[in-house]
Design a protein around this ligand. Structure first.
Ligand SMILES: N[C@@H](Cc1ccccc1)C(=O)O
Length: 502
């Protein structure tokens, strides 16, 4: 019988009466595991080998686990020091015992937590009493660690769970394929198997020489399991950003863009944020030292914005009467929101004057000097948007959000009245986290005030919002930590394997 080279090697290395792991055969036959696996599966198909699968759990000691095998578990070291010092008779100070046991740093907490849990004694107001008749040699966790260190297996899953939760072991599940030669395989071997002269890959030489006409090509085994190469793919955040753009375009919006570094004028002043507003300090914004200021601001608009801040607009509006400096308006910041783009567009500065109805959006990065935590980073993507039209109301705003979020499977939005210096009314928007059930803030919105619109020269109503792309992702996929998908600590495995949801 003629077989491809790898198959002959595997068949000859396998045994008829013992099941052997493919990995072992591969090593012996000097083949890559994938090649040997492919060959074994092909042979099994021909009935020459039998292949069985075995699920295996392997347990390995972590570095900390190994350290305890050598030096003893902290709680046992504490117990031994306690016995030595006579704490089974009379309480002894914890400080003294820690010193004698050579325990410090995190080992102290570990010793204390497990000492009481395992019944080695009690600690009360810094005094340790030891149980007289505890037997550290019989300590299950110690024995299990020793056994694992010696390469033995431990069956007690509860004990393994405990060691795993202490971070002393790691468990992996794996599938091992076991192979043995079948009766037909034995017969074939006895009758003689030879390597078929097959060609695995077409080469330029084969083609130019015309030799390809005469050779025999190896068959492809499209069912063979191969290693999966980790290739590049679109980041889930980018993927979702693109979907958001598609959805908004589908809802009749146009995209706007603009600078990441911008004048405070566009970021804050146009939005009727008083220059002494707390969010304008460096706690929230990143200021640029250089260049010191922006040159091309529209003078007339600057004048109208200044006057709105100082005196208000129209009859009912007062303004702030607080200091307003043009140099502050001209200074540059990393934008803390993309509402700066809305201002550039609504004022006519970006694209010329706009006539209602108009709808614009952007999905762009913004920067804030926040404290890092599971839901905050120093930068995130904001889904900015606005509608310019006659007679808008809160219902239009809510209807737009309902329609937008529905496309991402999110149907349980909550609205909470809110305050922004630039919108009235204003609403914060909340969704429910699919895993934790927690209420998560997803955005902020409102209808721009006259103090914003009048200086811009806008006569119709404008409703507007800034939503967080990352929070949308959290609701869609159940991520609990923004750092899983964003930034340097993000989990590559998760990004590779996450399924696209629709
Ligand atoms: N700029 C607001 C969002 C917003 C935009 C427009 C109107 C109302 C609110 C924020 O960043 O939170």
């Amino acid at each position: 019988m003629q077989l491809p080279e790898a198959q002959v090697a595997v068949l000859k290395t396998a045994d008829a009466d013992t099941d052997r792991p493919i990995t072992e055969l591969a090593e012996e036959a000097d083949l890559k595991v994938e090649t040997a696996t492919g060959a074994a599966l092909a042979l099994a198909e021909e009935g020459l080998l039998s292949v069985t699968e075995r699920e295996e759990a392997t347990t390995t000691l972590t570095e900390e686990g190994r350290e305890y095998v050598e030096q003893g578990l902290p709680e046992l070291r504490l117990y031994e020091a306690a016995l030595e010092a006579g704490a089974d008779d009379e309480p002894v100070s914890l400080g003294q015992l820690l010193g004698e046991a050579g325990l410090d740093g995190p080992a102290v907490d570990i010793a204390l937590a497990n000492f009481a849990r395992k019944g080695y004694g009690t600690v009360d107001s810094g005094e340790v009493s030891a149980t007289a008749d505890a037997d550290p040699d019989a300590d299950d966790e110690r024995r299990a660690l020793d056994a694992l260190d010696a390469g033995e297996t431990v069956e007690d899953t509860e004990l393994l769970d405990q060691l795993e939760s202490r971070g002393l072991i790691e468990r992996q599940e794996s599938t091992t394929r076991l192979v043995s030669v079948s009766d037909d395989g034995v017969t074939a071997l006895m009758e003689g198997v030879e390597v078929a002269e097959t060609v695995g890959q077409v080469s330029p030489e084969l083609i130019t020489s015309g030799e390809w006409r005469d050779v025999e090509f190896a068959e492809y085994n499209v069912e063979a399991e191969a290693e999966e190469p980790a290739h590049g793919r679109e980041h889930i955040l980018r993927q979702t950003a693109n979907r958001v753009k598609d959805v908004l375009v589908g809802m009749g919006f146009k995209e706007m863009d603009g600078p990441h570094v911008d004048a405070q004028f566009w970021i804050n002043d146009c939005l009727f944020m008083p220059q002494d507003h707390p969010a304008r300090t460096h706690w929230d914004q990143f200021d640029l030292e250089s260049p010191e200021e922006i040159q091309d601001l529209p003078d007339e608009l600057v004048e109208r914005v200044r006057s709105a801040h100082l005196e208000g607009v129209g009859e009912d509006s007062e303004g702030y009467h607080s200091p307003w400096e043009e140099s502050v308006a001209r200074s540059l910041d990393l934008r803390g929101h993309t509402t700066s783009l809305s201002m550039r567009h609504l004022s006519g500065f970006a694209k010329g004057d706009l006539e209602p109805p108009e709808r614009y959006f952007s999905v762009e990065k913004v920067y804030r000097n926040d404290t890092l935590d599971p839901t905050h980073l120093l930068e995130f993507f904001q889904i900015e948007g606005w509608v310019l039209a006659e007679d808008l109301s809160a219902r239009d705003l809510m209807g737009t959000f309902t329609e937008f979020y529905e496309q991402f499977g999110i149907t349980d939005l909550d609205f909470k009245p809110h305050y922004n210096p630039y919108t009235e009314p204003s609403f914060e928007l909340f969704g429910t986290h699919p895993e934790t059930g927690e209420i998560v803030e997803v955005g902020n919105s409102g209808i721009f005030r006259a103090e914003v619109l009048e200086p811009l020269g806008v006569e119709a109503d404008v409703m507007a919002w800034g939503l967080s792309l990352e929070r949308l992702l959290m609701l869609m996929y159940g991520f609990e930590d923004i750092r899983d998908v964003h930034g340097t600590l993000c989990d590559l495995e998760l990004l590779r394997d996450v399924e696209v949801v629709y």
